[in-house]
Design a protein around this ligand. Sequence first.
Ligand code: NAD
Length: 393
Amino acid sequence: MKKQTVRAGIVGAGFSARFHYEGLRRVYGTDVEVKGVYALDMDQARQYAAEREIQTFDSLDALLEEVDVVHVCVLVAGHEEVAVAALKRDKHAIVEKPLTGYLGDGSDSFHGDTFPKEDALLHGLASVERMLEAEQASKGRIFYAENWVYAPAIQREREVIEKTGAQILWMHGEEAHSGSHNPTYAYWKYSGGGVMIGKGCHPLTAALYLKRVEGRARNGKPIRPKTVSARTQALTRMDNFRDEGHIRRDYYDIDDWSMMHVIFEDNTLATVFASDIILGGIHNWLEVAANNHRTICNINPNTAMQVYNPKESNFDDIYTVEKIETKQGWTNIPPDEDWFTGYPQEIEAFYRTIAYDEPLESDSRLAADTISTIYSAYVSAERKGAEVSVRAF
Ligand SMILES: NC(=O)c1ccc[n+]([C@@H]2O[C@H](COP(=O)([O-])OP(=O)(O)OC[C@H]3O[C@@H](n4cnc5c(N)ncnc54)[C@H](O)[C@@H]3O)[C@@H](O)[C@H]2O)c1
């Protein structure tokens, strides 16, 4: 079959725009023509474009004019606006996680600790609905860029579930490290919440996805979340936190530790931890306890490669692992960190769906269920862990 050419645009020129571009360079199922980049921070966009020898556009509209798909690599606050603008022009939108969020009421006094969390649920879901409506009315689609869905370990687990007809009884998982690098991450008004949404969305979406796979394989009906109980904490904002300089601690109004316990429609379970207080490099794992097998997906760290380095300075110009504090001693260096994390696979899969209409694993409904579960979880955390029902999409 002759390869199709897909015209791509990047919106945003920061951290995620970089790994999206690396993913684009590795797409092999289609030809990709990267038309250029647009970002609010035009200086950053120009530098990004120069490094990659692509064009800078001075408006989103001008970029949308020339592409089939845009990569929405902007802060959460801009996800809905950029995705809806693309869909209105019948273009596809690859949207980074989380799909959207509640950024507060815009007042100076807004504070993540004190506002009623029902507001986040109400307005977060209203934003989700507007995005789903825009998708419904468009020839374009929303592609939810949740790399965990495409991490090779999760996709192998999908195969196991599908081919053995497994019933998942409980999943537990975690995403954690010692603190996000992004200054805006410290504020609810930029991120739509704290670690429970920022990191918790990753293992949560993987768990929601695998229960969908289970139901789909059994009778074509995805098994969806029913209720959630959650706790959150701001450990590094406690007066008695003893700071030794290893863990970021300048958060303004967000949680840095969280636990979500989800009950699905069939009364099976998932428990997801997310935190910004874990040393030793990024910690991403999901364990599946099924009726006929047990799987531990070690996304990061894993033991594909283990390196012992007796002297820190030996590795001055060697990147090892995301967020690791030291390069001395033993390190589990992923031979290809992006690959284990699912970054290139998600981009490849999206371009295959765009070009050849292949089925889409990480779609807007999965993204919507994630938002719904997380903001219901914030309501639960406000009620000290009381069970809250989840509206599934
Ligand atoms: N999947 C992952 O592992 C992962 C990792 C990091 C970030 N992310 C997600 O990527 C998104 C962006 O995060 P980041 O770390 O790249 O941020 P960043 O601050 O590094 O970059 C954001 C970029 O978006 C631009 N921008 C912001 N609002 C805009 C708007 N409305 N229109 C156009 N440009 C706009 C800024 O100018 C900047 O260039 C977030 O949703 C974040 O959750 C995902």
